[in-house]
Design a protein around this ligand. Structure first.
Ligand SMILES: *[C@@H]1O[C@H](CO)[C@@H](O)[C@H](O)[C@H]1NC(C)=O
Length: 472
């Protein structure tokens, strides 16, 4: 990777810059590497006394990283080996007995791997996260590359992918193949027409690179709803055992768990809020909970019948154990997030939040917007009272000395300035523990008070490195 790119990615990572929502990487999982045991019908890489067979009528591009000794090899009619430096084949090793008596090992058919199969992709916020295995969960439509995503085929592998997309074109921001990153379509078309390109990509159309990055820090709609049928075709949805299964926007199957629908204002930053949620879910109790956060477009209906301009919202999907569990732990997590939104949501640009739970228990407190509004109202009242008090103290405002002062004080001033709501001005930047309702959030007030919100994003002390928190 070139140094400027590395710097840019780190900036995206650490500061949640505007536009950092564009930093999503989608990596193709299968490969056609000689060394990958899953590519052989016996589940092991052939060795010195084995005969190797490729299906004659299949096209394949095979990446070879090491030197292999084999007895015999039957090649396909159309194929290639991409040899890493120092890699190759020798014939007739294996007499040392470590390989057994020798069998015929066949390379598996790689023809059926489809671009639109959500199970064949992994997503991460940065290429560093991809390398370290820090993957993001997403709904099915977004598991497949979105138009503003960077697509990565692992550098030291080859692959074969069916990019059939019907009438729709398959647009992405960039594609990296064998360590080479294509950002412009002219260059990538030339690669697609090359020998390797034709063996790696097949189907009615190749991907088109050069789509713009997502430049909206509150996130971008993935744009894969046009491919919904193709993405969901052939998917086996699991049987569920919750009372009210939910269907997240962009997902192929119903799930047990919870969905939060967030209405946001202009200051919302998707990456910053994703980090906030990841922090909230660090609690050991929520280890198996999977979370997917995305901006989705909801069709709106006027009076239930006339289609209106579509509205966007942030959808947070929470599942236990890949959605196969009963969903109750995910629901607890969702309620904790609702509590967090009630106390802190306004700081993150969340105007309204609604919870849908698969248990069907959607009692009171599942709408946060009203409460957020009330908190803001109370805050405004307190601020004006403090300003008034300050002006009064400095002598800018004087209370006229009325004869009936004692009873006047009793009726209004004591009731407001001296009353229970007079906390002074709570600066939200300092995240006063008493603002957190109930048990004080997920980690008790200690860890919440280590989170600060600035214009650049959220900075917090990772409780995983703070030995005091998990003992609570
Ligand atoms: C081998 O291929 C499988 C799936 O095709 C993939 O999940 C795995 O990561 C590959 N193994 C290596 C070592 O690359």
């Amino acid at each position: 990777m070139s140094p400027p790119l590395a710097v840019l990615i780190s900036l995206c990572l650490f500061f949640g810059l505007p536009g950092s929502a564009s930093c999503l990487y989608k990596q193709w999982v299968p490969d056609t590497s000689f060394e990958n045991a899953t590519n052989w019908d016996k589940g092991v890489v052939p060795c010195g006394s084995d005969k190797v067979q490729f299906l004659a009528d299949r096209q394949v591009s095979v990446y070879v990283r090491e030197v292999h000794s084999i007895q015999e090899m039957k090649l396909p009619v159309n194929g290639e080996f991409i040899l890493a430096s120092g890699a190759g084949f020798t014939v007739g090793g294996g007499q040392d007995g470590s390989c057994g008596t020798g069998v015929t090992v066949q390379f598996r058919d790689s023809e059926t791997a489809k671009w639109f199969d959500p199970a064949l992709w992994r997503a991460a916020s940065s290429s560093e996260d991809l390398d370290k295995g820090r993957f993001l969960f997403s709904v099915h439509e977004e598991s497949v590359p979105c138009s503003h995503d960077d697509v990565v085929f692992r550098p030291d592998t080859s692959f074969r992918v069916d990019t059939t997309a019907g009438q729709q074109s398959l647009r992405v921001k960039s594609v990296s193949v064998l360590g080479q990153k294509f950002r412009e379509n002219a260059g990538f078309s030339r690669y697609l027409a090359s020998r390797s390109g034709r063996l790696q990509f097949h189907g009615d159309a190749g991907p088109v690179v050069g789509s713009p990055a997502c430049d909206d820090s509150s996130g971008c709609d993935c744009g894969n709803s046009v491919h919904h049928g193709r993405i969901c075709s052939g998917m086996d949805c699991p049987r569920l055992d919750c009372t009210k299964p939910l269907r997240p926007v962009g997902h192929c199957c119903d799930v047990c768990g919870a969905i939060l629908h967030l209405k946001i204002s202009g200051r919302f930053n998707l990456e910053t809020y994703r980090q906030r949620l990841q922090h909230l879910l660090l609690h050991p109790q929520y280890k198996a909970v999977r979370m997917g956060v995305s901006k989705v477009t909801m069709p709106q209906w006027l009076l239930g019948v006339i289609p209106r301009e579509a509205a966007t919202e942030i959808q947070v999907v929470l599942l236990d154990e890949e959605g196969l569990g009963p969903g109750t732990v995910a629901e607890d997590a969702a309620r904790d997030i609702m509590k967090d939104i009630q106390s802190q949501g306004a700081l993150f640009g969340i105007e309204d939040a609604e919870l849908q739970a698969s248990s069907g228990n959607e009692g009171t407190g599942d709408r946060a917007g009203v409460v957020v509004g009330a908190v803001l109202g109370a805050l405004a009242l307190v601020v004006s009272l403090v300003v008034l008090g300050f002006l009064f103290y400095r002598g800018v405002i004087r209370v006229p000395s009325l004869p009936s002062l004692p009873s006047w004080r009793k009726n209004s001033e004591i009731g407001e300035l001296g009353g229970p709501i007079d906390h002074g001005f709570d600066n939200p930047m300092f995240n006063k523990p008493s603002q957190v309702p109930g048990s004080g959030g997920l980690f008790g007030t200690d860890s919440l008070s280590t989170i600060t919100v600035t214009d650049l994003g959220v900075h917090f002390v990772n409780p995983a490195y703070d030995e005091t928190n998990f003992n609570a």
